[in-house]
Design a protein around this ligand. Structure first.
Ligand code: MLT
Length: 326
């Protein structure tokens, strides 16, 4: 009799534990998709692929990348927001999708601070201004002078309105004349930097991880790092501060998100797998060789990513009323 009662109670407890807790207990039971809201070959795609490969090992399931492009990364971000909160669809978001987009899309279909579950930040990346090799400018001051004098003669490439590359170069352009250069949008800075190298556009403000190979090969010319510190992997490139433009300071960040209401136990499984990937010596080296700085373990928390997003919303949302026609 006693054994029967215990068995029945155990079964009852199991039945009551259905849903999130049981899901986490077995999670993941199939492949996981990370939406990269930009074209393959760009900085967001590159970083995600490096990290996803190691997360697959830690989780025992394939972590696959799906590039969902358009509207400066907001198309893919909206797709991720509308996905089931089951841990099988995630998003690689960043300073553009969860910050700058607020300033250019007054009616953005999502709230970066409310419509996602922050899992962990991943890296910080310096921004570099590059130009096509035959543009008659040799430094940042030359480019700004030309932006002041004849902006209509310049074509600015970017990864879509609201992207990091768009926001960074808009900051540079805004420091110049009221006239703006011709804006050439691409589905990410993978194709954007190819266009600059091919002479189809004149300059681009890109995340360092994407520009390093093309600067080193001479396919594009580096003009400046958009910040106060030189890059250890391109030490010959001067900073915007050295060029006299201290206000041109753009440090990109990125992180892993799930849709809102992701069960905490599932988020914890993902955070552990991501932390293991970011602690991998090969991952650190691969990203460092491209100018990516992985955050320290104490910063790789959901709370830290939430803090970053909250600060970005406070920084960019007030600019929305001034969103002008691009
Ligand atoms: C951007 O914000 O410009 C994107 O990150 C570019 C990209 O990743 O392709």
């Amino acid at each position: 009799m006693r054994r029967g009662v215990i068995t029945t109670l155990a079964l009852l407890i199991c039945c009551c534990m259905s849903g999130p807790l049981l899901a986490a207990a077995n999670y993941p039971i199939r492949s996981i998709r990370i939406i990269v809201p930009f074209a393959a070959g760009g900085p967001t795609d590159t970083i995600t692929r490096i990290v996803a490969e190691r997360m697959s090992l830690a989780l025992g399931q394939q972590v696959i990348i799906e590039n969902v492009v358009g509207a400066g990364g907001t198309t893919g971000t909206i797709r991720a927001m509308r996905s089931p909160a089951d841990g099988y669809t995630l998003l690689l978001g960043h300073m553009g999708t969860h910050g700058a987009a607020l300033a250019v899309y007054p009616n953005l279909a999502y709230d970066p601070a409310k419509d996602f579950t922050p899992i962990s930040p991943i890296s910080r990346i310096q921004t570099i201004v590059v130009a096509r090799p035959d543009l008659p400018v040799t430094n940042l001051a030359d480019l700004v002078a030309r932006l002041h004098a004849a902006p209509e003669t310049l074509k600015m490439a970017h990864g879509g309105v609201g992207s990091i590359s768009f926001a960074a170069c808009s900051l540079l352009v805004a420091s110049g004349s009221e006239h703006r250069p011709t804006m050439k949008a691409y589905q990410g800075t993978g194709p954007a930097i190819e266009a600059v190298a091919a002479g189809q556009a004149d300059f681009l403000c890109d995340q360092l991880v994407n520009a390093v190979p093309k600067v080193r090969s001479g396919a594009v010319r580096a003009l400046a790092i958009a910040g106060p510190s030189r890059s250890p992997i391109l030490p010959e490139v001067p900073t915007a501060v050295e060029a006299g433009y201290a206000a041109f300071n753009v440090a990109a960040w990125n992180g892993l998100f799930g849709p809102k209401n992701l069960p905490p136990d599932i988020a914890a499984v993902l955070a552990r797998a991501l932390d293991k990937a970011l602690g991998d010596a090969d991952v650190k080296r691969e990203l460092a060789d491209l100018g990516g700085e992985i955050l320290a373990p104490r910063e790789r928390t959901a709370a830290e990513l939430k803090k970053i997003v909250d600060e970005e919303v406070a920084r960019w949302k007030p600019l929305a009323p001034y969103a002008t026609q691009r």
